[in-house]
Ligand binder design. Structure first.
Ligand code: PGA
Length: 248
């Protein structure tokens, strides 16, 4: 059975001093190698600092976005080759905040996943419905459409991705999907991946959206929840460590 994956999403938070203190507390707290995989997805400006801080640890480095382009006149963008130079193993693509505030379409998200894969970086593809979509009974249709674009563009490489189901209404709101609600969507995504590749078993499907120390164990006990993508609670060492402990 694959080990669970707990990935922190720091979003646009941190400072040189705060990053150092947070990672020190997490590494000390982790102690012996954790039974699950752990990663932190950090702001691009801190990749160099955090690569150094994680040098002797079992925690993997992640980024939060990647350009669809390889190089050139794309001011403000970061290429997958640049991320690779800093030892980045994971990269979030299609986070709902990128879809919402930067108008990222399903096609753009699919190309970002493709760029990451081309440079040996594992894209963590985020999918999830808004509250209005859930209330309209469209959850399944929306997440399947979002994942289908990535499957279509990435062909047999699809077994190399990580998927994160993040209901938009649960992100940063303190409202978590119930374990049953999350499991139901994860089962849909699992079936879709199974139809796309014979290696679907190796794909992690993470849950994200107000995961915390109190609700992590129940969510992570679901058969199709292979880990968590953790925002707010990943900025507090004690909370992040409790979630990691719940993933054993
Ligand atoms: P949250 O964020 O845990 O703060 O809800 C999760 C995410 O956006 O990845």
């Amino acid at each position: 059975m694959k080990r669970k994956l707990i990935a922190g999403n720091w979003k646009m938070n941190g400072s040189l001093a705060a990053n150092q203190a947070l990672l020190q507390a997490i590494t000390v707290g982790l102690g012996a190698p954790a039974a699950c995989q752990v990663a932190v997805c950090v702001p691009a400006a801190y990749l160099a600092q955090i690569q150094l801080l994680l040098k002797d640890s079992a925690i993997d480095l992640g980024a939060q976005d990647v350009s669809t382009h390889q190089a050139g006149a794309f001011t403000g963008e970061t290429s997958s080759a640049m991320l690779k130079e800093f030892g980045v193993r994971y990269c979030l693509v299609g986070h709902s905040e990128r879809r919402q505030y930067h108008a990222e379409t399903d096609a753009v998200v699919a190309f970002k996943a493709q760029r990451a894969l081309a440079d040996g970086i594992t894209p963590i593809v985020c999918v999830g419905e808004t509250l209005a979509e859930r209330e309209a009974g469209r959850t399944e249709e929306v997440v399947k459409r979002q994942l289908a674009a990535v499957i279509h563009t990435n062909g047999h490489c699809i077994s190399e991705i990580v998927v994160a189901y993040e209901p938009v209404w649960a992100i940063g709101t303190g409202k978590t999907a119930s374990a049953e609600q999350a499991q139901a969507v994860h089962a849909v995504l699992r079936a879709q991946l199974k139809a796309a590749t014979e290696h679907s078993d190796r794909i992690h499907i993470l849950y994200g959206g107000s995961m915390n120390a109190a609700n992590a164990a129940q969510l992570l006990a679901q058969p199709d929840i292979d880990g968590g993508l953790v925002g707010g609670a990943s900025l507090k060492a004690a909370d992040f460590l409790s979630i990691i402990a719940a993933a054993l």
